[in-house]
Design a protein around this ligand. Structure first.
Ligand code: PEP
Length: 244
């Protein structure tokens, strides 16, 4: 694995957690040099979370740089808080806020222009998998970004493949199912930009302390985007240890 594919584990707290939980993370969290660890906390906790054992991540940002967008958060504000990574296009944003592939692509562009690193989420709903259209669905999600950003976005961007049917359901894609899609994504993005051999591809969807080893052992899975298990310190630490 090339250096730029250092394993990565990103925790996504979503709209969960508390200052007390953050404090206990800060007291007991042990960083691991094998993997880059990112903690994506809710925006109000960014100031309290800023610390050196892990990189700080945000869960979303505006596609606009500034202005009359009540409730939104700009990339410059995130940068001021010490944020390095921004999750973008998470299926919950796409579902809850109607974010289209184009809006997601514009957000990726804004994040890159600010010098931050997008963790770009893609992944299919169950019916798409049942119809056998997974590759085409994921390809459309990622291709939209290429139309707005050019294929250079792959020099920096992290991609997270998260089948929607596996998110928060306890139903994980098998390592083989996950690798199949990761292998497809790798091949496609390398055709767009040969340097994408070094682009990190994370798997997300009910990763836990018991299944992380087998998932992360697959050749095109460079780590995980972790929801529920990132709220439990021991489980999150075990997942980080699995990312070698
Ligand atoms: C996520 O929301 O990105 C996620 C992968 O959640 P969970 O691990 O809880 O399935």
């Amino acid at each position: 694995m090339a250096d730029s594919r250092k394993p990565m584990v990103a925790g996504n707290w979503k709209m969960n957690g508390s200052l007390a939980l953050l404090k206990s993370f800060s007291q007991s969290f042990v960083s691991d040099n094998n993997a880059e660890v990112v903690l994506c906390v809710p925006s109000p906790y960014l100031a309290a979370a800023s610390r050196s054992d892990f990189a700080l991540g945000a869960q979303d940002c505006s596609q606009f740089v500034a202005g009359a967008h009540t409730g939104d958060v700009s990339v410059d504000m995130l940068k001021e808080m010490g944020v390095e990574y921004v999750i973008v296009g998470h299926s919950e944003r796409r579902q809850d806020h109607g974010e289209s592939n184009l809006v997601v692509a514009e957000k990726v562009k804004t994040i890159l222009q600010a010098g931050l690193i997008p963790i770009l989420c893609c992944g299919e709903p169950l019916e798409v998998r049942e119809n056998g259209d997974v590759n085409a669905f994921v390809a459309d999600q990622l291709a939209a970004v290429k139309t707005v950003c050019t294929s250079d976005f792959l020099d920096t961007c992290v991609i997270a493949y998260e089948p929607i049917w596996a998110i928060g359901t306890g139903k994980t894609a098998s390592p083989e199912q996950a690798q199949e899609v990761h292998g497809f994504i790798r091949k496609m993005i390398c055709e767009w930009n040969p340097k994408a051999q070094n682009t990190r591809l994370l798997y997300g969807g009910s990763v836990n302390a018991s299944n992380a080893d087998d998932l992360f052992a697959k050749p095109d899975i460079d780590g995980g985007l972790i929801g529920g298990a990132s709220l439990k310190i021991d489980d999150f630490a075990a997942i980080i240890a699995a990312a070698k």
